[in-house]
Ligand binder design. Structure first.
Ligand code: ADP
Length: 393
């Protein structure tokens, strides 16, 4: 029943990422970019070799849903005779109650669509290929995997905002995101560091989007992202935590409307806004412009403060894990964060850090720091297979 290939899908506003998994092995992965303008497909096989891809130019898809339908025949050709088991989708928002992936039904689609106001920039795009597949290939099972689900173990006191009590019941609360990444890290921690599986760990998912998660015994107990993926750390183009009165002030003084506030906070802030140069850490690290340095310093300061805050939530710290694009690849950022966290007992080993060794702290360091590559797609593939096997419901 669970033999076969799982197609993992991650749909954005103008892109569709796809990967084919047989067990934990990637058969191929790729993406369609520029959907709605000039769509371009790129794909590689499991060994990283570029694949010939369909030409979407004659009948260009206008949405990620159309892109999926256009690609399905080509994806089926690459199954190599194996059955297509299911489509596993990344869905940003699962709301207050979904603490695990769910099998897609018409009722679930409606329920998830009702959450779109909570994640207007992502949820509708995540759902459109699910709807399209439900219509076009209703016999192919679909599974929705939520970025919020892993954080449903966070205690109520850490989920609520200090707003009037009834607001939390309306859904105005901290959800947390990057949950599939944190869940993956929690799943491999027992192999990487068996004694930490039961310990107090802060995971730093530092990429274009960035957040921190406090793990206690492998479960999320606190996180920096909140009601939206805008809260917490500064990011590539997102501001992270700010005083909400800034928004009121700009609306009053500059006449900013909702679209203006959204553009400012989501697209013109963060590393890009601070540096005036780029949202990309590679550009900033390579630049000798003082504002690039300043933007990086602000980022490191905020990450280190966030780690201190989560260590307080955990009542201490046993380990710190770096993951995602910046966390896995930017040794100078890891070194600066570790230095700023020396008071917590983190002593970096510069050689190990430069080599991206799994353990990047000295032997005597009271708190160990690790680099562990994340794999959200693999997490979705595993969940999808497990749910179909009936072991995850
Ligand atoms: P997303 O949130 O889009 O999934 P990623 O986790 O892929 O983002 O991270 C993207 C970020 O990682 C970019 O800012 C990029 O500059 C940074 N990054 C990737 N490789 C390196 C590297 N070798 N050195 C520094 N930063 C890197």
């Amino acid at each position: 029943m669970t033999e076969g290939v799982v197609v993992v899908l991650n749909a954005g506003s103008s892109s569709l990422k796809f990967s084919l998994y047989e067990g934990d092995a990637v058969l191929l992965s790729g993406q369609v970019d520029g959907i709605g303008l000039r769509p371009r497909v790129m794909a590689r096989d499991g060994a990283g070799t570029k694949l010939a891809v369909p030409d979407l130019a004659t009948d260009p898809p206008g949405t990620p849903a159309e892109a999926l339908l256009a690609l399905l025949p080509w994806l089926r050709e690459h199954l190599g005779g194996r059955p297509l088991l299911a489509l596993g989708h990344r869905v940003v928002h699962g709301g207050q109650h979904h603490d695990r992936p769910r099998r897609v039904t018409p009722a679930l689609i409606e329920e998830l669509a009702a959450l779109s106001p909570l994640a207007p920039l992502h949820q509708p795009h995540n759902l459109s290929p699910i709807r399209a597949a439900q219509d076009r290939v209703p016999d192919v099972p679909q599974v929705a995997c939520f970025d919020t689900a892993f954080h449903r173990t966070i205690p109520e006191i850490a989920q609520v905002f200090a707003l009037p009590f009834e607001m939390a019941a309306r859904g105005i609360r901290r959800y947390g995101f990057h949950g599939l990444s944190y869940e993956y890290i929690a799943s491999v921690l027992p192999e990487v560091a068996p004694d930490l599986a039961t310990g107090r760990v802060v995971v730093a998912h530092l990429g274009n989007g960035a957040s921190l998660c406090a793990l206690q015994g492998g479960r999320s107990v606190a996180t920096t992202m909140g009601f939206s993926a805008l809260d917490g750390l500064p990011m590539g183009t997102r501001c992270g935590e700010i005083d909400p009165a800034v928004v009121l002030h700009l609306m009053r003084e500059d006449g900013l409307d909702i679209a203006g506030v959204e553009a400012l906070l989501y697209r013109r802030s963060g590393l890009l806004g601070l540096s005036g140069l780029s949202s990309d850490f590679r550009d900033l690290l390579a630049s000798d412009d003082p504002r690039a340095r300043f933007a990086i310093d602000v980022f490191v300061y905020r990450v280190a403060r966030g780690i201190g805050s989560l260590a307080a939530a955990l009542g201490g710290l046993d380990a710190l894990v770096f993951t995602a694009g910046v966390g896995e690849n930017a040794a100078p950022i890891r070194a600066a964060v570790c230095d700023a966290c020396r008071w917590l007992g983190i002593e970096i080993n510069e050689t190990a850090n430069a080599m991206k060794a799994p353990v990047i702290t000295r032997a005597g360091s009271r708190v160990a720091a690790y680099v562990i590559p994340t794999d959200e797609n693999l997490m979705i593939a595993r969940h999808t297979r497990a749910l179909l096997a009936g072991s995850s419901e």
